[in-house]
Write a protein that binds this ligand. Structure first.
Ligand code: AMP
Ligand code: GLY
Length: 421
């Protein structure tokens, strides 16, 4: 089959790497891709947020199956346009993608199906929001309703902080994303991510992960898109995962069917776990980045069969062949990230690394310039390894990191500490 993957990050590099291991893949194109992806697949510079462009490109290249990586094309309805054109696609409709694009929508769905999550209020004006906060007390969580690039969530320790966050959001700090505000009960506990495939009817778990959002060792400093991740997440035991399926995810999927917007694709549930009970923090309608990199390293070639079955409504026939393995990824970021950083520095040593089925450097923000790999993003490389234990996966990943010569970049040295301590 001829396959098109949309996206340009480490997530899409790992998807491409897994898909290419499967003999059912005859041809792979990634749009727009990056310098690492270009080493293993054809890349095409098209506007992936424009449904018409993607449909036309797919037709011209005899594409049989499209895998959509990031949330923006999903929120723009690119999956709908492909389905209308008769192209098989992995990724939810625009309507179903509201599970990520609107926090108020997600809370309403959770309410309707009694999924375990934080108590909340939904507001369109500051006065009502402040009155709610005053009645509930701090700590409390203030969220912009829409997509705010991971920045629209304020954990307010005091009432004054909550009120300031409400003023900022209604004052336009997060643009239209903050025109509506969700205020949530603060949930204590340990966070983990649960990934399931959905085909509109059935749900199939494909792995758990934990990431490290803070920029510095010991989980210090500002939040980032993620500085590393590992799979599986020990805190998400089989028993807790079963509860998350039965008390959060399956009810949500059934509610989506009831509303005429069945969900098809990967569903990424961010969970807060306390005293053996999981509660939903948020849904994402795509793979996490860098969580996808550790999932793909564990799933390998079967990832294509599973995504293909999800898009054809055949998940009930499928099962995941698990190895008793662990994977860990370390993000190499440009000095200055998540603040401002320089672009164009040369990354050395990549050619000498042993890349195979359990050691891979996935590229995120890279480009090829005059025969060199240069950094062009904040998060630049995802150095990923697999082992029989998490400790072994970590040792292998850091051995790879230490072979990379990039003075203009930095990384955390403690990825996995929570699970290993
Ligand atoms: P979100 O964008 O909704 O995932 O929120 C970003 C981060 O804020 C989450 O990963 C959590 O660490 C934290 N967070 C969000 N909502 C809550 C909540 N209700 N209680 C505690 N922490 C939260
Ligand atoms: N690593 C978090 C995310 O992809 O949303």
């Amino acid at each position: 089959m001829n396959i098109l993957i949309l996206g340009s990050g480490g997530r899409e590099h790992s998807l491409a790497w897994a898909v290419l291991q499967n003999p059912k893949c005859d041809k792979l194109i990634v749009a727009p891709g990056n310098a690492g992806i270009a080493q293993i697949a054809d890349c095409a510079a098209i506007d992936i947020n424009d449904g018409g462009t993607v449909v036309e490109f797919a037709a011209r290249n005899n594409i049989d199956f499209v895998i959509i990586g990031p949330e923006a094309p999903l929120a723009n309805g690119v999956a709908d346009r492909l389905r209308e054109a008769g192209v098989l696609v992995f990724g939810p409709s625009k309507a179903a993608a509201a599970l990520e694009a609107s926090k108020a929508f997600t809370k309403e769905i959770c309410d309707a199906c009694a999924a375990l999550t934080a108590a909340y209020g939904h507001f369109t004006d500051a006065a009502a929001a402040k009155a709610y906060v005053k009645a509930q007390g701090a700590p409390i969580v203030v969220k912009a309703d829409g997509l705010a690039a991971g920045k629209g969530v304020i954990i307010a320790e005091t009432l004054a902080q909550a009120e300031a966050a409400i003023d900022d959001m209604f004052g336009g700090e997060f643009g239209t994303a903050g025109a509506e505000v969700v205020i949530e009960e603060f949930m204590a506990g340990e966070e983990a991510s649960f990934f399931v495939l959905c085909d509109g009817a059935d749900v199939l778990p494909i792995g758990t992960a934990q990431d490290h959002k803070r920029v510095g060792d010991g989980d210090t400093g500002p939040n980032t898109g993620g500085m590393g991740a590992y799979s599986p997440a020990p805190v998400l035991t089989d028993q807790i995962a079963e509860r998350a399926l039965n008390e959060i995810i399956r009810p949500t999927m059934a509610e989506m069917v009831k509303r005429g917007m069945p969900y098809q694709g990967v569903l990424y549930a961010g969970l807060m776990i306390e005293n053996g009970t999981p509660r939903l923090v948020e849904y994402n309608v795509r793979f996490g980045d860098p969580e996808c990199q550790v999932l793909m390293m564990r799933l390998g070639a079967q990832a294509l069969d599973l995504m293909h079955a999800a898009s054809q409504g055949r998940l009930s026939e499928m099962q995941v062949n698990w190895a008793q393995d662990h994977a860990l990824t370390v993000v190499l970021a440009a000095n200055g990230y998540p603040g401002s950083y320089e672009k164009g520095s040369v990354i050395g040593g990549l050619g000498e690394l042993p890349e195979d089925s359990s050691n891979m450097v996935f590229h995120a923000g890279t480009a090829s310039q005059n025969g060199n790999i240069v950094a062009i993003g904040g998060r630049v490389l995802n150095v990923t390894a697999r082992g029989d234990s998490l400790a072994q996966a970590r040792e292998k990943a850091y051995a790879l990191v230490d072979g990379i010569d990039w003075p203009d970049g930095f990384h955390r040295r403690d990825i996995g500490w929570r699970a290993l301590s």
